[in-house]
Design a protein around this ligand. Structure first.
Ligand code: SIN
Length: 487
């Protein structure tokens, strides 16, 4: 299929290994489907263990030289890469909408978000500082230096095919590492376009490899390899746990950005209009398919009716359509499994006494489209109260006290994002400190930025992406104990 993009070179149906655009060794391919209508957008090579090992060896070789390049050289290439992402923003966004389905305006926003990580880490590469520690003996000094981890395997998801890759590639390259990346099978074209622009920016061959194909085979080759020193993964907790187990065999460094189950709490003293706007943003972004989407909305009993009415009014305005429709706010879900999960959660909520006050069924557009949905009288027996829905379903729970809602918000194995609205300063501190989450949105429903350390606690994972902390995940600390200093 010919995509409607200005720069056709960005649409590539090959894998990228050691600076070459290649097919699978056995020439087999995988179809990539448009989630709007299930039409084939294109085909990518079905790579396996052999191609993965070639990529790993190339990455190991390239990394030896890259780690010796000085900070300004790395910064300059990353800056050029950032500029190229910006100048190709529209085409990159269109590729994203074709394969992922999100509205074009959201895709344009995602490309800007991706670029921001490359820009940020092009600057951070100059700030990889060490330390000098006072001697513990008269003739000693201890010098701490930071060095790249080495070859990094990056496994990225379909919900943000560009941004989640950029969030790993930026810090890894800035730290002096090389990468072998495996994008999700549903959305490989954004990653391939990204690699094309990195090459255009002058990134030496072998430093960034993109493998398309079977996740199990490629994943196994990556985790088995002793040359791969780190694995960074964004995806489900279930897969994350399997990867952790595999990485234990060679004791790899790991960063895991796993599932969430975000509570969104509206206290009785909140600005209700602002809380409604924040909840709509936090719930329906990317059709509810983000790890930080509000999954449980807890509203104080005194304002429950007022909040619900306003929330439904705003949710009703959301337009569901294919992503290239300029009016679209919500696109299709990614696949049949995603649709089935949403349907299961809604049916279960109804069975447990939930009142569907908006949506609650597949959209009239058919296929993978689902209506923006609001469920009142949500309770803790429902699946939505303990499982991530990953779809456009907003269950509204009622609560009566601060202690109670904190307990319910924390009563989950997950700990990625949380949100609350209040106008009470003391409560702001108290609740922020007590929420067992890596991220707290206080009077905001939008918490993502390259300048903050994104990541979770508990079964939502480990490691941080973005900010000055993000580069530490790609650096080893070494100390040199220097003896024999004359007094
Ligand atoms: C995610 O859903 O994994 C990431 C969302 C974000 O960066 O805002």
């Amino acid at each position: 299929m010919k995509l409607e993009i200005k720069n056709q070179s960005l649409f590539i149906e090959k894998a990228y290994i050691n600076g070459q655009w290649v097919d699978a060794d056995d020439s087999s391919t995988l179809d990539v489907l448009n989630p709007v209508n299930q039409e084939i957008i294109g085909r990518v090579p079905n790579c396996g263990a052999t191609e993965t090992n070639v990529a790993i060896n190339a990455a190991a070789e390239a990394q030896k030289k890259w780690q010796k390049s000085h900070a300004k050289e790395k910064a300059s290439i990353l800056r050029d890469f950032y500029n190229l992402i910006c100048s190709n923003q529209d085409d990159l966004a269109r590729i994203l909408t074709y394969e992922q389905g999100k509205p074009l305006a959201e895709a344009i926003g995602e490309i800007a978000y991706s670029a921001s990580f490359i820009e940020w880490f092009s600057e951070e590469t100059k700030r990889i500082y060490g330390d000098v520690i006072p001697g513990h003996m008269h003739d000693r000094r201890t010098i701490v230096i930071k060095q790249p981890v080495g070859v990094v395997a990056a496994i990225t998801p379909w919900n943000f095919p560009s941004a989640m890759l950029a969030r790993k590639v930026g810090p890894a390259l800035a730290a002096g590492c090389s990468l072998v990346c495996k994008p999700a099978k549903q959305t490989p074209f954004s990653a391939l376009a990204f690699a094309y622009l990195a090459e255009e920016a002058g990134l030496p061959k072998g430093l960034l490899n993109v493998l398309t194909g079977n996740a199990q085979t490629i994943g196994k080759a990556l985790t088995d390899s002793t040359l791969v020193r780190k694995l960074t993964f964004t995806g489900s907790t279930e897969i994350g746990k399997m990867l952790l187990k595999e990485c234990a065999k060679t004791v790899k460094r790991v960063s895991m950005e796993l599932g969430g189950h975000a509570p969104f709490i509206v206290f009785e003293d909140a600005d209700i209009e602002a809380a409604i706007a924040g909840a709509i943003a936090a719930k329906y972004r990317n059709t509810g398919q983000t790890c930080v989407c509000a999954n449980r909305i807890y509203v104080h009993q005194d304002i429950y009716e007022q909040f619900s009415e306003g929330f439904v009014k705003e949710a009703r305005k959301l337009q569901t359509s294919q992503g290239f429709d300029p009016l679209a706010d919500q696109g299709p879900l990614i696949d049949e499994a995603a649709l089935a999960k949403v349907e299961e959660h809604v049916a279960d909520a109804k069975n447990h006494g939930g009142q569907v006050v908006l949506g609650g069924q597949p959209h009239e557009l058919g296929g993978l489209f689902y209506e923006p949905t609001v469920i009142k009288n949500a309770n803790d027996e429902m699946l939505v109260s303990y499982e991530e829905t990953f779809g456009p379903v907003a269950p509204l729970f009622s609560f009566s006290t601060e202690e109670e809602v904190i307990e319910r918000a924390n009563n989950t194995p997950f700990g990625l994002a949380s949100y609350f609205y209040t106008s009470d300063l003391a409560k702001s501190w108290r609740v922020s400190e007590q929420l067992e989450y890596g991220i707290v949105g206080l009077n905001t429903g939008i918490i993502s930025t390259e300048m903050a350390p994104f990541g979770g606690v508990k079964e939502s994972g480990m490691g941080r992406e973005g900010s000055k902390y993000g580069i530490d995940d790609y650096l080893e600390i070494k100390y040199i104990s220097l003896a024999g200093i004359e007094e």
